[in-house]
Design a binder for this molecule. Structure first.
Ligand SMILES: Nc1ncnc2c1ncn2[C@@H]1O[C@H](COP(=O)(O)OP(=O)(O)OP(=O)(O)O)[C@@H](O)[C@H]1O
Ligand SMILES: O=C(O)c1ccc[n+]([C@@H]2O[C@H](COP(=O)([O-])O)[C@@H](O)[C@H]2O)c1
Length: 197
């Protein structure tokens, strides 16, 4: 079975994440997509981050109606900050019969050379890259990366979703209605818990 791993803070998970994951589960050779909730992204500050289990709960609620999409708390008990190479090694040992691939936006591919042991990741795993307009490159002219044409990197024609968790958090704080940007069950939970206000 081929599993695509979609790593993120998911603070909160939004419909952009869900559309991408569903596209990969339905239109690529991946059998399932796992949302791996990262306790601490090595490149991000921890402030404004909700508790791990609250972010996991939102991912659980967002995915419970989709058989091919699953939440994963695998990084909660691994050492922090969470380096993807370590998580992949742990998962491969725990599930030796599964084939794990990475899912990332093309903006992330541009900084992939800075990830810990990225060469080891590429040696052992395929990466599915979907189009994404970078905050730093809004015209989206295609910068070359050292990974262009790499045989383990697969470009996927998923829709471009211009949403971010940061935008949603700021909007909630400013009293805006964010309901259409979130899966319904996530919005209900978030509203009930008064998150990000
Ligand atoms: N609108 C989107 N379309 C496609 N991919 C996205 C979108 N938003 C986030 N991602 C990607 O999903 C993964 C998890 O996202 P993450 O939890 O960091 O969300 P985010 O919306 O970018 O968060 P934040 O605004 O808090 O930095 C990352 O690989 C990120 O690049
Ligand atoms: O392993 C690394 O060195 C590494 C560096 C930066 C990011 N990551 C992973 O990539 C995920 C998405 O990153 P981001 O910055 O787009 O939220 C994040 O949740 C981490 O799991 C991993």
């Amino acid at each position: 079975m081929k599993i695509g791993l979609y790593f993120g803070s998911f603070n909160p998970i939004h419909i952009g994440h869900l559309v991408i994951a569903n596209h990969l589960a339905e239109y690529s050779d991946l059998d399932q997509v796992w949302f791996v909730v990262t306790p601490h992204n090595p490149f991000k500050k921890k402030s404004s981050l909700l508790d791990n289990y609250q972010r996991l709960e939102m991912v659980y609620r967002a995915t419970k109606d989709y058989t091919k999409l699953k939440p994963s708390d695998i990084e909660f008990n691994l050492s922090q900050p969470n380096y993807t190479v370590n998580t992949l090694a742990y998962l491969q040992e725990k599930y030796p019969y599964y084939e794990f691939a990475l899912i990332m936006g093309e903006d992330n591919l541009k900084s992939f050379h800075k990830w810990k042991n990225h060469d080891v990741i590429l040696e052992n795993h395929h990466i599915y890259v979907y189009p994404r307009i970078s905050k730093h490159n809004p015209d989206n002219h295609q910068d070359k990366t050292q990974f262009d044409g790499h045989k383990k990197i697969h470009l996927v024609n998923a829709p471009i979703m211009q949403l971010s968790s940061t935008f949603i958090r700021k909007s909630i704080k400013a009293g805006k209605n964010v309901q259409p940007m979130l899966p319904q069950h996530v919005w209900e939970y978030l509203d009930e818990m008064n998150f990000y206000k």
